[in-house]
Ligand binder design. Structure first.
Ligand code: PEP
Ligand code: MN
Length: 340
């Protein structure tokens, strides 16, 4: 249920509604627009309707929400969520370029990559320390040692760092070393983990599951917001279809749809979506044109010897050309790169 307050409702009127909701055992999540405050209510439906909130001072009307998500929806918050993380901003016109290797492999690799992507214009540095691999015999990542290398590389060049948290037991450790916590496609519906991430004060990059519907993505994000963490970016990284030429199928219609349904920033990952280096630039251009708030691209200093996802990784010079390529499009879309 959403309680829409009248334009310029007073603080006392808002507080009164919130205290009634709390007394009735409900959660009240506030969204402050320029003139309107909207209160997202989470509680038992029957109890909420019995409160007759529509009769209260300052209340314009009450809307029943039939969708399985509320806090992530544009109905609850009309304006774009803007997330600031260190020197980077994403959402509300700020465009993010997240770049780095699939997996952290060595200090030399991370330092060289960080310097190259920073010089080319990346706004955040990525790298996986805990890797979700299809085969248990494939390289699983460097773990804590990798987190430390990522942190050091990010600090060296002044970029915030993004890395995946694969298991809820690692969440606190990852939050200690990284600025943005990525939830991988395979974990999108790990509800216990989403609950835990809702309690952390770190932005979350939530990737779409391999076969997740748009409604399922939004419902997964709702878990994090419900826990109190409003800084969530969604990531379209391709879905599984009958096509095998590309690794997955990049669902750009979902990006456009999500922009209408939610206020959260939407990032496109063409690397995992296509699995093919030559398709990264065209899909980045398409992502910008579709209204995405950023792209995440895998970059490796020596893709032929990458321990993971070499064929879809750009070399630093290719990444530099890509950023140059999308720069006029980002401007054309009325965006600016979100870097300090
Ligand atoms: C990744 O970004 O490194 C990754 C494993 O992606 P996904 O979860 O989308 O497969
Ligand atoms: Mn990868």
């Amino acid at each position: 249920m959403l309680v829409i307050m009248r334009d310029h409702a007073s603080q006392a009127e808002i507080d009164h509604v919130v205290s009634l909701l709390h007394e009735a055992g409900a959660e009240a999540h506030l969204s402050h627009g320029e003139v309107k405050t909207i209160i997202g209510v989470i509680g038992e439906r029957e109890v909420m309707y019995a409160l007759d909130l529509e009769g209260l001072e300052g209340v314009e009307h009450v809307v029943r929400v039939l969708k399985p998500y509320k806090l992530v929806s544009r109905d609850f918050q009309a304006h774009d969520t803007v997330i600031t993380v260190g020197t980077a901003t994403v959402g509300g016109g700020a465009f993010a370029v997240i770049a780095g290797p699939c997996s952290i492999e060595s200090e030399e690799q991370m330092m060289a990559t960080a310097r190259a992507v920073k010089a080319a214009g990346a706004t955040m540095l990525r790298g996986g320390a805990y890797k979700p691999r299809t085969s248990p015999y494939a390289f699983q990542g460097m773990g804590l040692q990798g987190l430390k290398l990522l942190r050091a590389a990010g600090d060296d060049v002044g970029l915030p760092v993004v890395t995946e948290v694969l298991d809820v037991r690692d969440a606190e450790t990852v939050a200690e070393w990284a600025d943005v916590l990525q939830v991988g496609a395979r974990n999108m519906q790990n509800f216990m983990m989403l609950d835990e991430l809702g309690t952390l004060r770190r932005p979350i990059l939530l990737k779409r599951g391999l076969s997740a519907t748009i409604e399922e993505v939004l419902s997964a994000a709702e878990y994090v917001l419900k826990g109190g963490n409003r800084d969530v970016m969604l990531c379209e990284r391709g879905i599984r279809t009958f096509e095998t030429y590309t690794r997955n199928t990049l669902d750009l219609a979902a990006v456009a749809a999500l922009k209408t349904l939610t206020h959260l920033p939407i990032i496109v990952d063409p690397s995992h979506a296509t699995g093919r280096r030559e398709l990264i630039a065209p899909m980045c251009r398409a992502a910008v044109a579709t209204g995405a708030d950023g792209v995440m691209v895998e970059v490796h200093i020596d893709p032929e010897h990458a321990r993971c996802d070499g064929p879809q990784s750009l070399r630093p010079d290719e990444f530099e050309a890509l950023v140059d390529d999308i720069t006029p499009l980002v401007t054309l879309e009325g965006r600016t790169f979100g870097r300090a």
